[in-house]
Ligand binder design. Structure first.
Ligand SMILES: [Zn+2]
Length: 222
């Protein structure tokens, strides 16, 4: 079914918190997002853990009327287990993109890996693109969804942002693990300057304000 707009639907709101029974553990699962493009493509971003297949299928079917084979592309913002777990459901998809790695079955695209981080990988012309945003892992990517009718850009950024609170309190994203904090600071500001709305890796989506951009700029300069 095609529509006039590129829609971004958060299917599951992720979380990460200390495990109440085990001081050496945390509990976490990712925010999982569905993009429905105006030309009828369905793209899933981040697929929960391998134990979530049944409930993911249920939501796709009951809320969106979609079967796993209706998903055209799978994007995982990075390769951690709670972002890739249900990729196996989507074997009809043209591409499985895990971080900067693009594949289908045993076929792996060479070109994308060698491109500069600012070079986008198009999933639906310029409407939906994948860009490298290294930091949390060096292979991390974000998905940018443009709404041509309103000129707005949504960034589905994975763990570049853990949740909205990490803008005022950077210890949240630093403690979640960062392979390159300097790059992550730079990419956080870059995405905030580009986007109107951000879907983080483990929380609700949020609108970006000028105050947030200013905070991110100060954190980069510090
Ligand atoms: Zn994560």
């Amino acid at each position: 079914m095609s529509q006039n707009r590129n829609e971004v639907q958060i299917m599951f709101v992720g979380y990460s918190r200390p495990d109440s029974n085990d001081s050496n553990a945390i509990r976490a699962n990712c925010t999982s997002t569905l993009i429905r493009t105006r030309n009828g493509r369905n793209i899933i971003v981040d697929t929960l853990t391998a134990w979530d297949g049944e409930r993911l299928k249920e939501v796709l079917q009951n809320v969106y009327g979609l079967q796993p084979e209706d998903i055209h592309v799978v994007v995982c913002t990075h390769g951690h287990s709670d972002h890739i777990g249900c990729n196996y459901l989507f074997r009809e998809a043209q591409w499985h993109i895990v971080g900067a790695c693009v594949s289908n079955r045993d076929k792996y695209l060479n070109s994308y890996l060698t491109r500069a981080e600012t070079q986008p990988f198009q999933l639906c012309g310029d409407d939906v693109t994948v860009v490298r945003t290294p930091g949390h892992t060096l292979s991390c990517v974000s998905v940018l969804v443009r709404d041509p009718t309103q000129g707005r850009i949504v960034g589905i950024c994975g763990d570049l942002f853990e949740r909205v609170e990490d803008i005022a309190d950077p210890s949240i994203w630093l403690e979640a693990g960062s392979e390159d904090p300097t790059s992550q600071r730079r990419q956080r500001l870059r995405m905030a300057e580009l986007c109107n709305y951000i879907v983080p890796g483990h929380g609700q989506g949020f609108y970006i304000t000028d105050k947030m951009r200013e905070l991110l700029r100060q954190q980069l300069d510090a």
